[in-house]
Structure formats: structure tokens, C-alpha cells
Design a binder for this molecule. Structure first.
Ligand code: PEP
Length: 251
């Protein structure tokens, strides 16, 4: 039986004081809850947030990282640097990286290899545009993103990877996939993993849903058999909106 995993992607929000206050609030409000919790603040606040959450049941995530180990890569942050300051997981392939920063599956695949080499776990984001859904190619798009993103990843390495299914049309829009729509894609993602890595790996991998998940829709989404948690954007920015989702996940 897979335990649930709820991750908060703070994106490019907050200042240092706000980040610290939110981290403190979450340490208190998630105390004793029984699921895996991760928060991913902006790079510059990772260190100070880590000082607050270390020793709690919340792990630290980063929102992106470089595809290379070190050297002359202006503005980039390596996996080793993240690991050095307490980060244990990195979100890769988020649709905002794909569409705003032109990241493709090849680059995302290089980043995944680099993250694992640095000792980081990965949340690989996949998902279709609304134009894909309209013409009925959602599952095909997700399969391509999985196969290309995970190229060369071994069975052992897969145990350090979770997948977040995030329909792009649902991110930050207030529109959510219905529980059945989300479940259908999650089941197809699991069957892709089964075809590549076998049924045991498919049974074990956590597949999170992302796209306007909030306190009102989380319970029903998290009740679906193949939805193992959530990757939360907007609703992760306040203790009051993130905590109820975490509580549903820890039931
Ligand atoms: C996200 O960006 O991963 C996300 C799911 O955002 P939101 O919850 O705001 O839709």
C-alpha cells in the first residue's frame, strides 16, 4: 500500500520573512500527521527554510536545478549545491519550466540523471495542454514525457522518482481535472511504468496530481486509487490552505 505524498511548490513567491513564517506555521500544523510532506521554496530561501524544518516531518525540495555538475554556467544551481544545504528532492519538468523556459524532454532527462547522481530524489512533472486533451492525445503526450524523461533510468533509480501528473490547463487556473479524469490518466501513467519497469515498480511508484488542488477538491481526488498525493501551487502558500490537504492525505 502506497503512503501519500503532498508537496508544496512555492514558485517565485514570498520574501524571506514570509517564507520563514510559513515554514514555522507548517512545522506546527503538520506535526503528527502521517504522510510524506515536502515544500519547495525559491532557491534563495532554501537555506533559511531548512533551518526551520530540519528535524520535522517536512522535507525540503527545490523547484529546478542545473543539468550539469559544476563550472561556467552563469546563474545555474547544481544538485550538489542543493544537497549541501539540506535539499533532498527536486521538482523537474514543471510545465512552467517547459513552456516559459523552453525546457524539453532531453534537457529534463539530463537534469534527472544529474539529480540522482547528486543524491537527490526527483518529482518528474508531466501533463498535457488543453489542445492535447481536446484532440484526445493526453495519454500519448504523458507517455512520451515519461519515456523520454526517464530514458536510461534504471530500476533502482526509479525508486527515487515520483511522477506528478499536472494537466497544464489546470495549473493556477482554478480548473481541476475531475477525480475520474485524473484517475484515468494516473492509471495510464502507472501502466506505462509497468510496461517499462514491470508491475512491481508500477505498484510502488507514487503518482501525484497537480492542478488547482485545494481544500475543497483534495479529499475526492486523493480518494482515487491511483492518486498518491498532490503537487500544490497556489494552495501551498498559506498554512490554512495547505494544511487541510495534508490532513486528507494522512487519513
Ligand atoms: C503547480 O504549479 O504545480 C500547481 C499545481 O499549481 P496550482 O496548484 O496553483 O494549480
Amino acid at each position: 500500500m502506497r503512503s501519500k505524498y503532498v508537496a508544496g511548490n512555492w514558485k517565485m513567491n514570498m520574501d524571506k520573512e514570509g517564507a520563514q513564517a510559513l515554514a514555522k506555521g507548517l512545522v506546527e500544523s503538520l506535526k503528527g500527521l502521517n504522510a510524506k510532506f515536502m515544500i519547495a521554496p525559491p532557491f534563495v530561501y532554501l537555506d533559511s527554510v531548512y533551518q526551520i524544518i530540519k528535524g520535522s516531518n517536512i522535507i525540503l525540495g527545490a523547484q529546478d536545478m542545473a543539468a550539469t555538475e559544476n563550472g561556467a554556467h552563469t546563474g545555474a544551481v547544481s544538485g550538489a549545491m542543493l544537497k549541501d544545504i539540506g535539499v533532498s528532492t527536486v521538482i523537474l519538468g514543471h510545465s512552467e519550466r517547459r513552456y516559459e523556459f523552453y525546457e524539453n524532454d532531453t534537457l529534463i532527462n539530463r537534469k534527472i540523471h544529474e539529480a540522482l547522481k547528486s543524491g537527490l530524489d526527483v518529482v518528474l512533472c508531466i501533463g498535457e495542454l488543453s489542445s492535447h486533451r481536446i484532440v484526445g492525445v493526453t495519454e500519448r503526450i504523458c507517455e512520451i514525457q515519461i519515456r523520454d524523461g526517464l530514458a536510461g533510468i534504471t530500476d533502482e533509480q526509479l525508486s527515487h522518482i515520483s511522477i506528478a501528473y499536472e494537466p497544464v490547463w489546470a495549473i493556477g487556473t482554478g480548473k481541476t481535472a475531475t477525480p475520474q479524469e485524473a484517475q484515468d490518466v494516473h492509471a495510464s501513467v502507472r501502466s506505462v511504468i509497468s510496461r517499462i519497469y514491470g508491475p512491481k515498480a508500477a505498484e510502488e511508484i507514487k503518482i501525484l496530481y497537480g492542478g488547482s488542488m485545494n481544500a475543497s477538491n483534495a479529499e475526492e481526488l486523493l480518494a482515487q486509487p491511483d492518486i498518491d498525493g498532490g503537487l500544490i501551487g497556489g494552495a501551498s502558500l498559506k498554512t490554512d490552505t495547505f494544511t487541510p490537504i495534508c490532513k486528507f492525505a494522512s487519513r
